[in-house]
Every structure is written in C-alpha cells, then in structure tokens.
Design a protein around this ligand. Structure first.
Ligand SMILES: [Zn+2]
Ligand SMILES: [Zn+2]
Length: 129
C-alpha cells in the first residue's frame, strides 16, 4: 500500500452528520453535529435555502429580476410558508420539511443543512475555501 494513498484517505474528512436535531419553540432548527458543532437555522433561512428544484428555479429567476431584489425586509416570518408542520427523517442522510403553506418537496441533506449554518465559524470556513 503506498503511503501517498493512505495520506489521501486520512485527509478526507468524514461528512458531519447531526447527532441531535430538533425543532425549537421559537421556530429554529437546532442541530448538534457529530463533530461537536452546533447550528441554529431560522425558519426563514431554512425556507430560503430549500433545495428542491422549484425553489432553486425561483431563486435563479429572482436573481435575474431587479424588481424582485427586495431583500430580507419584506420577509414576514409569521407567514404560513415559514411555519413548520412536519420534520421527517429521510433515510440516514437527510430530513424533509413540510411547511405551513403545503410545500414539502425540499429534502435537506446534512451537507445542505451544514451549508445553511450562518454562524461565525462556518462563515470563516467558507471565506477561506
Ligand atoms: Zn422548495
Ligand atoms: Zn456553523
């Protein structure tokens, strides 16, 4: 076995998975990761990062439409689209979210959730990458 190959394998970090995942009363998703990191994802951020094809298209369209560049000021967290109805595990790698407006096609994999973490540490890590 060549040492170079072993170095390579050792260098690959295992994808963190949540050891704990719960929806808090205040409408945030709390995650404690296998590497000890903790994330709190607000409903608005979670919904804005919905990884389903429909939402991705919508975001892409909005990015090209100056009229829709209204920014977060127009986001009303009390809207039903930001209310969580159900959070369901999908296999061992993701959760699906059922929103108050009936939208439920978003499957959030662990890496998507980790990417949505907006804490200081994660922002630093992303800046460096
Ligand atoms: Zn969606
Ligand atoms: Zn983080």
């Amino acid at each position: 076995m060549s040492p170079a190959w072993e170095d390579c394998v050792a260098g690959h970090r295992e994808e963190p998975a949540p050891a704990e995942l719960r929806w808090e009363e205040d409408g945030t998703l709390f995650l404690e990761w296998s590497d000890g990191h903790q994330s709190r994802l607000g409903a608005v951020r979670l919904r804005a990062g919905c990884p389903c094809a429909g939402c991705r298209e919508e975001r892409a369209a909005a990015a090209h439409d100056p009229a829709r560049e209204a920014g977060p000021a127009t986001v009303d967290p009390s809207l039903s689209r930001y209310r969580l109805r159900k959070l369901e595990r999908v296999g061992r790698y993701a959760v699906s979210v059922d929103w108050g407006d009936g939208h439920n096609t978003g499957i959030y994999s662990w890496s998507v959730l980790r990417d949505l973490c907006d804490c200081f540490l994660c922002r630093m890590e992303r800046d460096e990458a």
